[in-house]
Design a protein around this ligand. Structure first.
Ligand SMILES: [Zn+2]
Length: 212
């Protein structure tokens, strides 16, 4: 399972040696989160199983429009990704036996889907979490990956200060900041983060508790 298929999805999958992929969760439909969609094609060749793509109902129409050729039956499967689109809204849904709780957070003029899987949460491309969502998830997350674009406010993305404050409000034990802009230097800026919060990087791996 992966979350989002950005434009460098193919390179990421090759680098990580991913040979089998069954499920994709989509956070939203901005280009940098879904324009690797066509490269899901390769995952059909080995197992002849389509990839299930989970998109919020509010995003699914745009995904169908952006990649209309995928969803038209041309009678020939070799030229396009073999995917099944599964829509979610507010209710938790199950993937690979894991319950995934979706929620939404403001990101400019759209709302990004954010996910909680057991005691792990993934949230990218949001400006802020609502007080209700913070109250709902507080104390339930040990490890969180969340975007923090730079030091200093951004109109549609949370900055690093806002993201670390969010992690503190949620009582996250270990946080990884992702979706980092070129303005951030890992060696220089990692030292300024609160205890337990780190800058993410390509190839980072860690264990998470996925149970309830
Ligand atoms: Zn975005």
């Amino acid at each position: 399972m992966v979350i989002d298929t950005g434009p460098d999805f193919r390179a990421q999958m090759l680098k990580a040696g991913v040979r089998k992929l069954e499920h994709v969760l989509y956070t939203h439909t901005h280009a940098d989160h879904c324009h690797g969609f066509d490269d899901l094609r390769a995952f059909y060749f080995r197992d002849h199983r389509s990839v299930t793509c989970y998109a919020a109902t509010r995003h699914a129409m745009e995904l169908r429009q952006k990649f209309a050729y995928v969803f038209h039956d041309t009678g020939y499967i070799g030229t396009k990704p073999q995917v099944t689109l599964s829509e979610f809204d507010q209710k938790p849904f199950s993937v690979l036996g894991l319950e995934i709780e979706p929620a939404y957070a403001v990101h400019g003029n759209v709302q990004s889907a954010v996910f909680r899987l057991g005691r792990f949460a993934y949230a990218t491309d949001f400006k802020l979490f609502s007080p209700a969502l913070i109250a709902r998830w507080r104390g339930k997350i040990d490890t969180m990956v969340a975007s923090g674009i730079r030091y200093g406010e951004h109109p549609t993305h949370s900055c690093i200060q806002e993201t670390t404050a969010l992690m503190a409000a949620l009582q996250v034990k270990t946080g990884y900041i992702t979706h980092i802009s070129h303005e951030i230097m890992h060696a220089r800026d990692e030292v300024d983060l609160p205890v337990g919060v780190h800058l993410g990087y390509d190839g980072l791996s860690f264990g998470v508790e996925l149970g309830p």
